[in-house]
Design a protein around this ligand. Structure first.
Ligand code: GTP
Length: 598
């Protein structure tokens, strides 16, 4: 296909504004699928994605479209993941395109997450076509949304396409806008091969499938290629595109998006953003922007039933086949037994993996408090240490200083919730950078320690704003902090799964909260149980669980034997799910509940 007939674009949208519905409509209109195949939403092809309504892995589709000028065009729609945890993947998908459709819900207006992606798109010099979706809704206010797009994002919305992906309004206009407004790609097909590895995933039949954007040269079946960052060589055995069904081709030339397979066994052998070149006739320079992604949030995952350890390991291996961005290594805890320390790109990523383990692999898990990675400067010039697990914190005497990761957050919130929101950020050691008002909503920029965000910031944000606030962040580096390790002791025994690293200024509040919750969660025993939070040897909070007075069965008056047995059975059942601390038994639920910061 000649370059001037190719258009590569992505769709930027806030969650639920209708990205997948619009994509499906475009596929349907250009004939990629029959109506019956359309009945299931196509682009979001994982169960969890469907249920949670989020796009996790980038997918791409090639559409053939005969435009009003009578010419045939090849449109490649690149789907991008819709969450901040996957910001780097998003940046690579955007780098593979020349333009973007900006989908904004006509009733909801512009939201924070949309902003971050739009700014990225603008940085990539994209032509942005605003699409105001859901105009069929009675609450739609397209003119207000146009003004918001202009005021907030600073691009013209005069020619915004008004659409309803659901009712099929404006779909032809969207297709025409793609052809007439988004520029064709540039690139020399005679130059040595230079292609970007945009994404990869594991397919049980094809092995690892790699999504590529060819920038220069041609990628052919049978060609020997080289990954410039990882340095490995492979033989291309399939070249093709998705419509969205797989179609094999003989080549992909400069300007085109498609996929290849090259007998690669694991996605961990492929790096998103890497440059693919011809092994025999390599390009001189790799594409810019390559980065190795590192997990930023860590937590321990332990099977509730110790017998599930092997199953958990197998399941983690299987999940990693398709997601090289999370890590795991075996860990043992006095409290929780054998499990794994896992690293994730962010909290949502953690939740996705946790949920898949529970749901698809049917595992009952305990998750320890999520923690960020701290950089510890050791005393006496003994170097630096990356701390992933509070349990591994060296003795205070060995520490010169501790640095923690900070983020810059953009929060977008209706006026009436602004006060409580500012208080939340302030309580979390936030530093306010900016506050502006646009169309009845406040846009706030805050610098926050990531440590204060990983616990329950997002849930709190949503609850104080009744779901109206939106939140987006990126990391801005490490800063020194007065951080200490807080241990929790039950009956004078430290419970390592509950220990966490906290800022000295918030330690007491956190400690008290944890003790209070545990007091309610740990059942009474025959003796008094002290529950304490301590820093070093110093107790900063304390609660006492009073001793139990009577046997549980006492209230059965000894009369009804079957009822009594039932109660005892229930107790036995409960026992299985308890962990013993010294002589104190803590139910599993207590861990989970205690870790949920309130
Ligand atoms: P993510 O996958 O989470 O990014 O969401 P999305 O942006 O892909 O949204 P999706 O297409 O899943 O649509 C979200 C909801 O809005 C669904 O319930 C759709 O049926 C609905 N929806 C999408 N387009 C329209 C529209 O034009 N009008 C109306 N009324 N509803 C729509």
């Amino acid at each position: 296909t000649p370059l001037d007939r190719i258009r590569n674009f992505s769709i930027i949208a806030h969650i639920d504004h209708g990205k997948s519905t619009l994509a499906d409509r475009l596929i349907q209109r250009t004939g990629g699928l029959t109506d019956r195949e359309m009945s299931a939403q196509v682009l979001d092809n994982m169960d969890i994605e469907k249920e949670r309504g989020i796009t996790i892995k980038a997918q791409t589709v090639r559409l053939n479209y005969r435009a009003k000028d009578g010419l045939d065009y090849e449109l490649s729609l690149m789907d991008t993941p819709g969450h901040v945890d996957f910001a780097y993947e998003v940046s690579r998908s955007l780098a593979a395109c020349e333009g973007a459709l900006l989908v904004v819900d006509a009733a909801q207006g512009v939201e924070a997450q949309t902003l971050a992606n739009v700014y990225q798109s603008i940085e990539h010099d994209h032509e942005i076509v605003p699409v105001i979706n859901k105009i069929d809704l009675p609450a739609a206010e397209p003119d207000k949304v146009k003004k918001e797009i202009e005021d907030i994002i600073g691009i013209s919305a005069e020619d915004a396409v008004l659409a309803s992906a659901k009712s099929g309004i404006g779909i032809d206009e969207v297709l025409e806008a793609i052809v007439t407004r988004i520029p064709p790609p540039k690139g020399d097909r005679e130059a040595p091969l230079k292609a970007m590895l945009v994404d990869s995933w594991y397919d049980p039949y094809l092995g690892v499938v790699i999504l590529v954007r060819v920038v220069e040269g041609v990628l052919r079946k049978g060609q020997e290629i080289k990954f410039m960052a990882t340095g490995t060589r492979h033989l291309v055995d399939r070249v093709g595109c998705m419509r969205p069904k797989i179609e094999q081709l003989t080549e992909l030339a400069a300007g085109e998006i498609g996929f290849i397979t090259a007998q690669i066994k694991e996605v961990s052998q492929t790096a998103v953003g890497d440059t693919i070149t011809d092994a025999k006739k390599p390009t001189a320079e790799a594409l810019p922007g390559f980065k190795t992604v590192q997990p930023v949030v860590f937590c321990g995952l332990f099977p509730v039933d110790a017998a599930d350890f092997e199953k958990l390991r197998d399941s983690l291996y299987k999940l990693r086949l398709n997601d090289a961005s999370f890590s795991f290594e075996a860990e043992s805890s006095a409290a929780l037994g054998f499990g794994f320390r896992c690293g994730f790109l962010g909290l949502l990523h953690l939740e996705i993996i946790q949920e898949r383990l529970t749901r698809e692999y049917d595992l009952d898990l305990i998750t320890t408090a999520p923690s960020v990675v701290y950089k510890i400067q050791l005393a006496h010039g003994k170097g630096e240490l990356d701390l992933h697990n509070p349990a591994d914190m060296p003795d205070v005497m060995q520490i010169a200083s501790i640095d923690e990761p900070w983020i810059e957050a953009t929060i977008y919130v209706p006026d009436e919730y602004l006060g409580s929101l500012l208080k939340l950020c302030q309580d979390r050691r936030g530093i306010q950078k900016n506050l502006t008002y646009v169309s009845g909503r406040a846009q706030i920029t805050y610098e926050l320690p990531l440590n204060e965000v990983v616990f329950d910031f997002y849930d709190r944000l949503k609850s104080i704003s009744r779901g109206y606030a939106s939140f987006d962040y990126h990391q801005i580096g490490y800063r020194e902090g007065d951080l200490v390790k807080m241990s929790i002791m039950v009956n004078a025994e430290p419970v390592d799964a509950l220990s966490m690293i906290v800022h000295r200024s918030t330690a007491e509040t956190r400690g008290r909260g944890m003790c209070e919750r545990l007091k309610d969660l740990i059942p009474r025993h025959l003796f008094k149980i002290p529950v304490q939070a301590a820093i070093g040897g110093k107790v900063i909070a304390r609660e006492t669980i009073a001793a139990m007075r009577k046997d549980v069965t006492a209230k059965c008056y000894g009369g009804d034997a079957s009822r009594k047995r039932k109660l005892l059975d229930k107790q036995k059942e409960g026992k299985k799910r308890m962990r013993e601390y010294g002589s104190v038994q803590i139910p599993q639920e207590a861990f989970i509940a205690a870790l949920r910061m309130g």
